[in-house]
Design a protein around this ligand. Sequence first.
Ligand SMILES: Nc1nc2c(c(=O)[nH]1)N[C@H]1C(S)=C(S)[C@@H](COP(=O)(O)OP(=O)(O)OC[C@H]3O[C@@H](n4cnc5c(=O)[nH]c(N)nc54)[C@H](O)[C@@H]3O)O[C@H]1N2
Ligand SMILES: Nc1nc2c(c(=O)[nH]1)N[C@H]1C(S)=C(S)[C@@H](COP(=O)(O)OP(=O)(O)OC[C@H]3O[C@@H](n4cnc5c(=O)[nH]c(N)nc54)[C@H](O)[C@@H]3O)O[C@H]1N2
Ligand code: SF4
Ligand SMILES: [Mo]
Length: 767
Amino acid sequence: MNPSIATDPAVENETSTRFRTCPLCEACCGLEITVKHDAAAGDQIVRIRGDRNDPHSQGFICPKGSTLKQLHEDPDRLTSPVVRDQSAGGTGWREVSWLEAFELIESRLTPIIEAHGRNAVATVLGNPNVHNLGGQLYLGAFLKALGSTQIYSASTVDQMPKHVTSGLMWGDPNMFPLPDIRRTDYLLMLGANPWVSNGSLATIPDWPGHLEKLVERGGSMVVVDPRRTRTAAHATEHLTITPGSDAVWLLAIINELFAADLVSLGRLQDHIAGVEDVKAAVAEFSPERAEATCGIDAATTRRIAHELAAAEHAVVYGRMGNHTVRFGSTASWAADVINALTGNLDAEGGVVFNGAPTTREPDGEPGGRGFTLGRWTSPVTGSPEIKGEFPAARLAEECEGSGDGTDKIRAMFLMACNPVRSFPNSQRLNQALGNLDLLVAVDPYINASSRHADVILPPLSALERSHYDMVFETNMIRSFARYSPPTLPPAAGAVDEPQILSQLALIALGFGAAADPALAHAQVLDAFLDRELASATSPIHGRDKDDILAELAQWNWAEQIIDLRLRVGRHGDGFGTNPDGLTLHKLANDHPSGIDFGPVPPRFPAGIKTESGRVELAPPSIIADIGLLAEADLAPPTDGLMLIGRRDLRSCNTWMGNVDVLVKGKEKCTLEVHPDDATRLHLTEGGQATITSRVGAVTAPVQVTTDVMPGVVCLPFGHGHDEAGIEMHVARSRPGVNSNRLTDDRIIDPLSGNAVLNGIPVTVTPA
Ligand SMILES: Nc1nc2c(c(=O)[nH]1)N[C@H]1C(S)=C(S)[C@@H](COP(=O)(O)OP(=O)(O)OC[C@H]3O[C@@H](n4cnc5c(=O)[nH]c(N)nc54)[C@H](O)[C@@H]3O)O[C@H]1N2
Ligand SMILES: Nc1nc2c(c(=O)[nH]1)N[C@H]1C(S)=C(S)[C@@H](COP(=O)(O)OP(=O)(O)OC[C@H]3O[C@@H](n4cnc5c(=O)[nH]c(N)nc54)[C@H](O)[C@@H]3O)O[C@H]1N2
Ligand code: SF4
Ligand SMILES: [Mo]
């Protein structure tokens, strides 16, 4: 498709080396892939290892990176569209052509829209969308074409609090505060386990290696987690905390910063508003009060506050465990308030903001449109919109409808999402998906969610497509660019995800299943280009559009957009204004392992986009939430237990359980129980326990361990692969149980709409 990328000559039976970025998690590691040319069987993957020439990942990979081969070769991976057809016998699925699949979608979707309106059709977006070019570039066109407000995503079972507080505090919900762990002296980390997850909302390949270096250079790494994780085991200090109570503890640290006169705003002194309001809001949250709620003694809390203030470079970083709780937004906010009050906001070794190669330096005066929540509400539950979507925890209710059901969701597009495993109260959602009039899944597998589909459209395997990380490059603490051409040619007749999503956009617009998907691409490209031509700071401001299009004509599809963005970006050739600058051609041919542009530069104050042009330290909605926090009872229950989740290094959310090399060995889906609780509840190592919450019950083997704190039990997320109709045969043989049968869809963090996935009240009994 893109002939100007240099490829190696394919000599029969000889091997060659190709490079690409691993798309499986946020670390974005470079891979070096050895391919053997075989005319009969097609190119074969011989070996995948870390790319030592990648200036970012320097050869680091985790055990998942090399399994792109197994994923590619997985016989359960769909390679052509399938439609539900019970008369077909076997699995009840029939392979169809792409045209037939699209025609079926068109014929079923159009009458639903005509009879019930566009809000009768929901789109549910999963995590892999941010890891592939289809999701990154073409989903927007589909959502716009569909014109429904019924949009849901994995963001509200994950990081939405950080979007919301970033929006409220500096006006840009997508500008995450990135922990500069390579230059810090003191890391306070809550609810994150990068030794296993490889880091999140901070794309830093080899987090573990960088944290080991932090400790080696005499720095501190304080981990706050109810569980002694692998990360906690490497920390200079591990504090256990009552699940769900991080916000109270962080407010107590802020309280102490004021009480002990430790506040020092540093460089941004004149650009931060609301300091006195913060002081007033945290007045009640003394370290003594936090001790009763969180279980961390007051003296330790005070000491940590003093250490944060004294360190030359310190950073507070919270992730999943910190965000997927009732007060997740306030916890997210509090972490960044501490960063600001200690002079570590937008500062080396504190939190930094991205300066990706495809962006330009902010210039001029600070200030912008700010960030608004609740611009519209959902049809059934009246949930306020957050960043254009509604809470995942409300999806089942929106499908069920209210009253006579005229407002319910009748059709759904599942875009790389497995909500029957990943959203709370998954059984309710399982039923809801089964009752839809039309379900279309864009997914490589027939899994717990897509088994309810009428049509499944499979993407190419990761090795068959090109790749560029537009989302994650903006989460990097060093500015970095890397482009990956396809490693293998796509299977005959296969369709790449950009084309799948473009075709669906055209169907939603009424152009039909046979329309040329390139029409949709042209619109996407046009929108990017028009924005650049109109922007006064763009190197192509006012240039002739056709000239630019002519230069981009050497590429197709996503590559045109990547090339455009690189060339107008901070290192770009500006289409001639900076002839030595970056182009996709240069990146692809001269730097197959990527280019590192060094640490990101400071972005504030010019990059502050609030209406006031100042960092808003005390947004009214957060201050109101603190009022509710003051009244909430977050102390651990005296009877019962609190359930938390965990990840495994060899897992990737819900979907990699079909890779034999990752799932073999010891049973991973166990309920971890502290010995004191095990004795009290008559639970024995290896015995079965039934875990019951308000919404459901599951039975899992018990693992007695001091890794979890007393009163807390821990069950991993992403399992439960043995239900009827799931066509993942390796996963079926090691099914485990689905922890989201226990999580409660009734409780959310109202400010962000985020689901509560940790600190679930449960009872546990021997089964
Ligand atoms: N209890 C509990 N629940 C959780 C979590 C937790 O910690 N505890 N974690 C939450 C988090 S952080 C997240 S991000 C979500 C994830 O939730 P989801 O996004 O629903 O889950 P995933 O397993 O990441 O993948 C979704 C689907 O994408 C498909 N897929 C894989 N690659 C591709 C591709 O290239 N294209 C397409 N079209 N499809 C692809 C997979 O087959 C799978 O069906 O789960 C959340 N749910
Ligand atoms: N191997 C692997 N890597 C992954 C994934 C995977 O499934 N497997 N998923 C990817 C995705 S989509 C994401 S979002 C990231 C997530 O990566 P992380 O944000 O690092 O999330 P987790 O690994 O789930 O770790 C969350 C931690 O929070 C703790 N915790 C639970 N409740 C609380 C609480 O109330 N307070 C505090 N302080 N801690 C609490 C848990 O014990 C756990 O150790 O990982 C990514 N990387
Ligand atoms: S840490 Fe593992 S899964 Fe994540 S990008 Fe690197 S190799 Fe891939
Ligand atoms: Mo996630």
